[in-house]
Design a protein around this ligand. Structure first.
Ligand code: KG4
Ligand code: ZN
Length: 355
């Protein structure tokens, strides 16, 4: 089955052609990073306009580099949510129109589930139960996946996502956007033990995460030490490198310690670490060490598949289409989509139990 995946939930317009959910024939990503950089973050209105300009050329390029035509496509999988409403609508409307014109099935995919499927291309098959840490600019969750397609959130951030914390700290230090890659680069030359940042404690004892306290601790440190944010062209000094390394260590250990603690409890057969922050080598190394201690394999997507892409959406789409799920014409973008379809006592009445 040839699936055309389409992704436009945030600031990447992406299309991919994937065979049988596992073989990438093409994957095209048009990133808007340069467009949003002057603003220090994604500007939703600019993002949707750019998606509108790019969606058609990106899809055509994906078809061309896969050496297929529209008529060869068997089905379309499109990101339905969560994300920015204007951005999502561009992909969803385009995908629905194309599916209607070609008279082929379409399925709406949860973006986060897409990240879970990003590991399925370059790794052995995932064995269940699995435990997946999905860390990006918009999301930080750990999912227990007892069987394919069944999700239960066992840990989540109470405030900022991990990638968001990287971006905000980078902004504070004048390091530009997005923050993750710059902080990672500076951290290579910094001392991880220079500053002891506090670990957030969740008062109700749940294994949840919180990064806003860490962000405040960094802001306080910057003020106390009189660290000036960099101006264009400034070379970062040792104190900024040490700060980057210590901050990154605090984020990585909060994520991996929580993942390991939950793995001890839930006995997964596979660990998955995916999402934009999974590009981070320190996070990968820490997760690999934890996996070794747990004697379970850990799978990461390659860098191209860690940040937003459409191949992962097509892979998730393959699973749903194989299960006979086909969207009708009422399917539309939904920013409130949650990835949780198993009952959880403590969330009763608060969460939506649907994909
Ligand atoms: O998955 P993604 O492309 O978009 C969302 O769905 O949010 O993730 C983007 C996020 C940004 O916050 C960025 O700073 C972070 O991933 N990121 C990193 C690294 N590369 C990207 N964070 C830490 N280290 C990196 N190397
Ligand atoms: Zn994402």
């Amino acid at each position: 089955m040839l699936i055309l995946g389409i992704e436009s939930s945030c600031d990447e317009t992406a299309a991919a052609v994937v065979r049988d959910g596992r073989e990438i024939l093409s994957s095209v990503i048009s990133s808007q990073i340069d467009l949003h950089r002057p603003w220090g973050g994604v500007v939703p209105e600019l993002a949707s306009r750019e998606h509108l300009a790019k969606i058609e050329p990106v899809v055509l390029e994906a078809l061309e580099s896969a050496e297929v035509t529209r008529r060869d496509v068997d089905a379309i999988a499109v990101t339905q949510g969560p994300g920015l409403i204007g951005s999502l609508l561009v992909g969803v409307c385009y995908a629905k129109a194309l599916a209607w014109a070609l008279d082929i099935p379409i399925v709406g995919i949860n973006h986060i589930e897409g990240h879970v499927y990003s590991v399925c291309f370059e790794n052995p098959d995932v064995e269940y139960p699995a435990l997946a840490l999905i860390v990006s600019g918009g999301h930080t969750n750990i999912f227990h996946i007892p069987a394919e397609g069944k999700y239960k959130i066992v840990s989540r951030t109470r405030d900022d996502a991990a990638g968001e914390a990287f971006d905000k700290v980078a902004k504070m230090l004048g390091l530009g956007y997005p923050g993750g890659p710059v902080i990672e680069q500076l951290a290579l030359e910094g001392d991880v033990n220079k500053i002891k940042f506090p670990r957030a404690k969740i008062s109700d004892g749940r294994p949840d995460l919180s990064f806003s306290g860490l962000k405040t601790a960094v802001a306080r440190y910057v003020k106390e030490q009189g660290i000036e944010p960099l101006q264009n062209g400034d070379i970062p000094g040792q104190e900024i490198k040490d700060l980057a390394a210590s901050f990154q260590k605090a984020v990585v250990s909060a994520l991996v310690d929580t993942l390991e603690k939950l793995a001890v409890e839930l006995h997964p057969r596979t660990l998955i670490v995916a999402g934009g922050v999974a590009c981070n080598i320190a996070l990968r190394q820490a997760a690999e060490s934890a996996a070794k201690r747990l004697k379970v394999p850990v799978y990461f997507p390659s860098k191209h598949l860690s940040t937003d892409n459409a191949a992962m959406i097509a892979a998730a789409g393959y699973f749903h289409l194989e299960n006979g799920e086909i969207a009708d014409e009422t399917m539309t973008a939904d920013i409130t989509l949650r990835l949780q379809n198993l009952d959880v006592e403590h969330l009763k009445g608060k969460a939506k139990y649907r994909l």
